[in-house]
Design a protein. Structure first.
Ligand code: ARG
Length: 459
C-alpha cells in the first residue's frame, strides 16, 4: 500500500519526481491559519450535529491550536511527500491528538476545503487592500488640499492643451481609485460565500449544518450548488482583474511622476528617500519606485492572463489544474499591497514646483480655445471662432510670439470683434475660473470636489 493519506487503492509508492511536481506546499503553506480556522468551524458543526462527540471535537480543536503554534514556531517540517497544507495539518494533528484526528475529514474533501481556505484568506486580504487604497486616496486628497490653486498645463496626446488645476488632476486619480475600491467591495460579496459541505463535488451523506459553519466563519451565505462550489474560481479571476485595473491606474500615475520629475518637465521632486542613484553616473537621481510600480503592473496583468487561461476549458468540477490558481493570486495580493503602501509613503515625500508648472502654461497656445470662446462671447459662431483662433496661432507662431503678445492691431486684423478686453480674457487665471461646468477645473468646482472627497474619507 502507498503510505499517503489517500494511499489505500495504490499498490506502488509515488515516484519522487511526481511527488515534487504534484506538491503545492511551498505555495499554499500560507493558507495554514485559514485552513485551521475552517477545520475548527467544521469540528464545531460536527459536534453540534452529533456527527462526532463534543469531547472529540474539543480534543481536535485544542490539537489544531497546538499545530498552529508549531507552524508559527517553525516546528513543522514541510515536505513534498505530504503534498499540501491540508495534509500537513491533518498529519500534524494526528501526531498531537492521536487516532481521533482521523475523524477531522468526515464529510469533507480537499476540494471544498481548499475553496473555503482561499475564500477565508481573500476576504481578509480584500479588506486590507481596500483600507490601503483608502490610505492612498487620503494622500492624494491631502496633496490636492495643499496645492489647491496651483495651475499646470493639462495635456491631450501629451501635448499642452489647456491649463488645469494640479489639484483637479490629482482628483482624477481620486476618482479612479474610488472606482477601484467599489470594484473590490463588489467582488467581496462573491468571495464571501461559504463552500464547505460540497465535499468532493456532490455534497455528502452526513447531516452537515452548513448554515452553522457559515455563521461560525462569519460568511454571508452558503453556496447553493455543490458542483459550482468546488469548481468556481470566478472570485479569483474577478479579484485579479480588479487588481490589474488598480495597478494600471498606479502605472499611469507612475508614468506621469516619471515625466514630471525629469529635467524636461521639472514639475516635481521626489524625495531622496524614495529615489535611487546610479552606480556610474554620479548626478543621477532615478524615480525607481514609480518605475518599479509601472513594471510590476506587468506581473499582475500577467497573473490575470494566467488565471484566465488556467480556467478556460476546464470541465466541471475540480481539476488539479486549479492548484495553479494560488501563485498568481498570492503574487497579485502581495504586489498590490506593497505598491499601494510604498506609493502612499512616496506621495507624502513629493515636492511640487508650482512656478515651473504655471510657467509651462505660458507657452504652447494653451489659451487658443479661450480666444475662440472670446469670439463666441462677441457673437461669432464657434466653428468660425475656432478658425480665427487657428489663424491667430499660425500668425503668432510665425513671429515666435504667444497669443497674448499680439498687439490689438494684429488682433483686429484677424477679427474686428476683438477689443482690449481680450488680454484679460485669455489670462491663465481667467481661463481656470471660467471653467464652471460641473466637474470642470474651475476653482470653485475643484474646491468643492476636494471637500467632498475629504468628507468621504473622514478627513
Ligand atoms: N492542493 C490542492 C489545490 O490546491 C488541494 C485540493 C486537492 N484536491 C484533490 N482532489 N487532489 O487545489
Amino acid at each position: 500500500m502507498n503510505e499517503k493519506l489517500w494511499g489505500g487503492r495504490f499498490s506502488r509508492s509515488t515516484d519522487k519526481l511526481v511527488e515534487k511536481f504534484n506538491a503545492s506546499i511551498d505555495v499554499d503553506k500560507r493558507l495554514y491559519d485559514s485552513d485551521i480556522e475552517g477545520s475548527i468551524a467544521h469540528l464545531k458543526m460536527m459536534a453540534k450535529e452529533s456527527i462526532i462527540t463534543r469531547d472529540e471535537a474539543d480534543t481536535l480543536i485544542a490539537g489544531l491550536g497546538k499545530v498552529k503554534e508549531q507552524i508559527e514556531n517553525n516546528e513543522i517540517e514541510f515536505s513534498a511527500g505530504l503534498e499540501d497544507i491540508h495534509m500537513h495539518i491533518e498529519d500534524a494533528l494526528g501526531k498531537v491528538a492521536g487516532d481521533v484526528a482521523k475523524k477531522l475529514h468526515t464529510g469533507r474533501s480537499r476540494n471544498d476545503q481548499v475553496a473555503l481556505d482561499v475564500r477565508i484568506y481573500l476576504k481578509k486580504e480584500t479588506r486590507l487592500i481596500i483600507n490601503l487604497l483608502a490610505g492612498f486616496q487620503i494622500a492624494l486628497v491631502k496633496m490636492a488640499q495643499k496645492h489647491l490653486d496651483v495651475i499646470m498645463p493639462g495635456y491631450t496626446h501629451l501635448q499642452r492643451a489647456q491649463p488645469v488645476l494640479f489639484s483637479h488632476h490629482l482628483m482624477a486619480y481620486y476618482e479612479m481609485f474610488k472606482r477601484d475600491i467599489e470594484r473590490f467591495e463588489d467582488c467581496f460579496k462573491r468571495i464571501d460565500v461559504m463552500p464547505l459541505g460540497a465535499a468532493a463535488l456532490a455534497g455528502t451523506t452526513y447531516p452537515l449544518n452548513r448554515e452553522f459553519t457559515k455563521d461560525v466563519l462569519s460568511f454571508s451565505k452558503v453556496s447553493d450548488n455543490s458542483i459550482d462550489s468546488v469548481s468556481d474560481r470566478d472570485f479569483v479571476m474577478e479579484f485579479i482583474s480588479h487588481a490589474s485595473i488598480t495597478m494600471i491606474h498606479f502605472s499611469r500615475l507612475s508614468e506621469e511622476l516619471i515625466l514630471w520629475s525629469s529635467s524636461e518637465f521639472s514639475f516635481i521632486t521626489i524625495s531622496d528617500s524614495f529615489t535611487t542613484g546610479s552606480s556610474i553616473m554620479p548626478q543621477k537621481k532615478n524615480p525607481d519606485v514609480a518605475e518599479l510600480v509601472r513594471g510590476k503592473t506587468g506581473r499582475v496583468v500577467g497573473n490575470l492572463v494566467c488565471i484566465l487561461t488556467l480556467m478556460k476549458s476546464l470541465p466541471l468540477a475540480y481539476n488539479k489544474d486549479m492548484q495553479e490558481d494560488k501563485e498568481p493570486l498570492f503574487d497579485t495580493v502581495d504586489t498590490l499591497k506593497i505598491c499601494t503602501d510604498v506609493y502612499t509613503r512616496m506621495f507624502e515625500n513629493i515636492k511640487i514646483h508650482k512656478d515651473r508648472m504655471v510657467e509651462a502654461c505660458k507657452q504652447g497656445f494653451l489659451n487658443a480655445t479661450d480666444l475662440a470662446d472670446y469670439l463666441v462671447s462677441k457673437g461669432m459662431a464657434f466653428r468660425n471662432a475656432h478658425a480665427v483662433a487657428g489663424q491667430a496661432v499660425a500668425y503668432a507662431l510665425n513671429l515666435g510670439k504667444e497669443l497674448n503678445d499680439l498687439t490689438l492691431e494684429e488682433f483686429k486684423d484677424l477679427s474686428d470683434l476683438i477689443e482690449k478686453d481680450v488680454y484679460e480674457f485669455i489670462t491663465i487665471d481667467k481661463m481656470i475660473s471660467r471653467r464652471i461646468s460641473y466637474g470642470g477645473t474651475g476653482f470653485d468646482n475643484v474646491k468643492k470636489a476636494v471637500k467632498k472627497a475629504a468628507g468621504e474619507l473622514g478627513l
